[in-house]
Design a protein around this ligand. Structure first.
Ligand code: G3P
Length: 228
């Protein structure tokens, strides 16, 4: 499963990308507004930090303007995935951009028939918003399960299921169990994936016992290693 960060916060992206575990980034107009940065500039910078797909969202609602925006965004870097909404104009734009070799992420997906349409339009990614469905008393994961199941029936569909609107680690776990290709999550959720109280407790005990031995694995090599 690929892990994408759902943020336009460059400091967070740099920090987590250093783990080698970040496969891509997704942004949206709300996240760009939160960053306070110029959209094109921040997306360009993100593309230099992360080699994988970086989603940049169009803001027009009509096909002609959306296509012009998508083409402009695609020129920022080779790893741009243009994000379009799941509307007739969005899917029309998706088809054209895909034919031009641009990656496209179809966003704001809330139903399986919508996901079927996106795959038919050749989307690189479909983004079901699980948290927002849970918020209104529906099940985001049932939607992910349905999409994964539908796509598996048609090997010619190359669209990857990108689980979005992730709110907690259980969303990541459930999406992985269902075989979703990608999970995009806020940096705080990715950090949560690393932690477990028993890991902290166990590490503290090992370190305390190690200290008692008075030994050092690196010994005299320590300064040489630090200098490397
Ligand atoms: O980027 C799309 C999606 O992940 C947004 O999540 O938390 O605003 O529902 P959220």
């Amino acid at each position: 499963m690929k892990f994408f960060l759902d943020t336009a916060d460059i400091a967070e992206i740099r920090d987590l990308a250093a783990t080698g575990l970040v496969d891509g980034v997704t942004t949206n107009p709300s996240l760009v507004a939160k960053s306070g940065r110029n959209f094109i500039e921040v997306v360009r910078e993100i593309c230099t930090v992360v080699a994988g797909p970086v989603s940049a969202e169009t803001t027009a609602t009509d096909h002609a303007t959306m296509l012009a925006e998508g083409r402009k965004l695609a020129k920022i870097a080779r790893n741009i995935a243009v994000k379009v909404p799941l509307t007739p104009d969005g899917l029309k734009t998706c088809k054209v951009l895909r034919a031009e070799g641009t990656m496209v992420n179809v966003t704001l997906c809330f139903s399986a028939p919508q996901a079927l349409l996106a795959a038919k339009a050749g989307a690189s990614f479909i983004s079901p918003f699980v948290g927002r469905l849970d918020d209104i008393g529906e099940s985001g994961m049932v939607l992910v399960r349905d999409i994964v199941e539908i796509y598996r029936q048609y090997p010619n569909f190359k669209t990857e299921v990108l689980v979005a609107s992730i709110r907690h680690p259980m969303h990541v776990l459930e999406a992985a169990k269902l075989g979703a290709h990608v999970g995009t999550m806020p940096p705080a959720i990715m950090r949560q994936l690393f932690s477990h109280p028993l890991t902290d407790k166990g590490l503290a005990a090992f370190l305390a016992d190690w200290k008692k031995t008075g030994q050092s694995i690196l010994g005299d090599d320590k300064s040489a290693a630090a200098a490397e």
